[in-house]
Design a binder for this molecule. Structure first.
Ligand code: PBG
Length: 328
């Protein structure tokens, strides 16, 4: 039979919102969204982050309020970043039991209980006066193994303050193993490790460095973070982290690395996390402010695309707003 008109018409299933909803391959729900939050020591009102409209450096009190709102909206988790008042070469505030992150963690854990998952970013750059993710040698290079000892100690301090999941983001070799061993040795075998496994040396982190006040004073992070040219290498990083005991693996940034998310998703059987970073947030906010993009539609499309690429969990600064929209 020579059909004059097509028998197969994919448009049939696109005809109405109900049909499109029924056949959607990818869904977004609040439970897989994680909100990154910043808490700063020594301020008495929340400070807006100029390059991230809608994002704040919180006081301990405003953090509690914003975390409560996130949980009420149904977000699956919160990941906490601290900005200490005093920084030094070793990043001493990072594992101080009275350091800002540990204090804020205790607040959140006591307020929120089991209603969400409270996680921490585990790195040194917010705490060191030089802004690097590790401690330095005499010649100003990052000392990988000395840094591992610091990370181990930070992991224990964060676990003691109630973190359910710690997220090492410094891209030091062996960091997951060192942290796992330290947690187990200190009596925290149940604290999970969400490894920032494939973390690229990315220009998209620019606005975050305002939010966390952690721009390196000299040099950059290309000696430890991955080169944007490489994708095979991501799998090597992911498998090393899994061997070392990672419970979840992350690809970061998300939007420019959707191919990497897909490859990791196809290669592993643990939850895959993607971090929609500060620059991804800032680009959409800025274009929307100018009236050049439809803000809500672009946000939803960006998140759906990250899920479609294969991420099970998405870290996004829009988590509360999007979760609210999804449950409304
Ligand atoms: C390091 C860390 C960074 C981000 C998360 N953890 C900055 C960096 O590696 O330079 C970036 C997150 C973002 O851009 O939203 N502690």
């Amino acid at each position: 039979m020579t059909a004059q008109f097509p028998a197969a018409r994919p448009r049939r299933l696109r005809r109405t919102p109900a049909l499109r909803r029924l056949v959607a391959e990818t869904r977004l729900s609040p439970a897989e969204l994680v909100l990154p939050m910043f808490v700063k020591e020594g301020i008495d009102a929340p400070q807006p982050v100029a390059s991230m409209p809608g994002v704040y450096q919180h006081t301990r009190d405003s953090l509690r309020k914003a975390a409560h709102d996130a949980v009420e909206a149904g977000v699956g988790g919160i990941i906490l970043f601290g900005v200490p008042a005093v920084k030094d070469g070793e990043g001493s505030a990072a594992d101080d039991p009275a350091g800002i992150v540990q204090l804020a963690l205790r607040d959140l854990v006591s307020d929120l209980g089991d209603s969400t998952v409270v996680m921490t970013d585990l790195c040194l750059d917010e705490y060191t006066d030089h802004g690097h993710c590790g401690v330095l040698t005499q010649t100003g290079e990052i000392d990988n193994d000395a840094t591992l000892r610091r990370y181990a100690s930070i992991a224990v301090a964060q676990a003691a303050a109630g973190a359910a999941v710690v997220g090492p983001s410094g891209m030091m070799d062996g960091q997951v193993g060192a942290i796992r061993e330290a947690l187990d040795g200190a009596g925290y075998p149940d604290v999970a490790v969400m490894a920032y496994s494939a973390k690229y040396s990315s220009a998209y982190y620019g606005p975050f460095r305002d939010a966390a006040e952690c721009a390196p004073r000299f040099g950059d992070r290309s000696t430890h973070q991955q080169d944007p040219a490489n994708a095979d290498e991501s799998l090597r990083e992911v498998f090393l982290d899994l061997d070392e005991g990672a419970d979840m693996v992350m690809v970061k940034p998300a939007g420019a690395y959707l191919d990497v998310i897909r490859r990791v998703r196809d290669a592993v059987d643990v939850p895959v996390v993607a971090y929609q970073v500060s620059g991804e947030y800032a680009m959409i906010e800025a274009a929307a402010e100018k009236g050049w993009l439809d803000r809500e539609r672009t946000i939803m499309e960006s998140l759906l695309s990250i899920r479609r690429a294969g991420a099970d969990i998405v870290l996004t600064y829009w988590a509360t707003e999007v979760a609210r929209g999804l449950t409304a």
